[in-house]
Design a protein around this ligand. Sequence first.
Ligand code: SF4
Ligand code: SF4
Length: 360
Amino acid sequence: MKYIDEFRDRNLCLCLIKKMESIMGDSEVTIMEVCGTHTMSIFRSGIRSLLPQSIRLLSGPGCPVCVTPAAYLDHAIALSETEDLIIATFGDMMRVPGSISSLETKRAAGKKIAVVYSPLDALNIARNNPDKKVVFLAVGFETTSPSVAVTAIEAKKMGISNLYFLSAHKRIPPALRLLAEDSELKVDGFILPGHVSTIIGVNTYLFLAEGYGIPSVICGFEPLDILQGICMILYQLKERRAAVEIQYRRVVKNDGNPGAMALLNKVFIEKDSEWRGLGTIANSGYAMGEEYKELDAGEVFRLKERPSVENEGCICGEILKGRKVPNQCPHFGGNCTPYSPLGPCMVSSEGSCAAYYKYG
Ligand code: SF4
Ligand code: SF4
């Protein structure tokens, strides 16, 4: 298929649904879509209402905004109080609640917080403001971290000494291991993130099949991609086998993008990292490596570990673990909406609560 409409062809979608019914028989299946963009696409295209009732889809922790803990925001907010310092951030972080405030509130109070579209914009701000320190909020999964690595390399090459990175970068595979080990979750299959996989490839997921016997498929984001991916998981279950398969062959290669991985390994080291709702997961984050320590905002500004304080009553953590769905939250749609969000899952355009609110 070459054109986007073909990936949304209603008749082909219905064919795949029929196929699912014939593969499934009477069995019940729970599948988690790990990535927030999959969640949004599933809602937007109405896939949930088309699927056989015996297939339950759960949203996972695949939105970088949602899993960034309040403590990280607290650090960023504290830094924004520093004289002659500019915070540079992607726009979706602005409204994410820290323990008692948000970047948006701080900007309204006059703090210097610039919304950027890429880490290179932050580099330009640093270059144009040599008398200021610029801290870029480096948030995201393996999809985003290579562009931050490139920017750090570039900053060093150009001798820019007033740009720093506050890294909350996350690695998806360790979070999947945590979910696979969660006895309360009982997921029969994973729809794995398409974009992350273009970077990391297939091998880092093999433990899901080999260690936990969970069928997994890397999927694209169009309705037919997702439906075909679900069919591939159902076939594996029916044939009582578990593998990591690629549905998104037009984009994802077995070995991912070795060039991007080399950049990551040059700039970052793997480190334990705190995920909102999931706690600290071993080796699930990227911190600046030895060679780039002088660009590490955490080191340079001597930021100390601090506990996260979540909004009372917000169950984002349970939702990110797949244990609850958004409309089980007492605040959902009442005092928590995308217009006045209490938690990150309602802030982010890829968050589950926002998806349920908009399309559910
Ligand atoms: S970065 Fe890509 S893989 Fe990750 S949540 Fe967003 S769309 Fe999904
Ligand atoms: S509805 Fe709001 S308060 Fe409830 S879990 Fe979602 S973001 Fe948190």
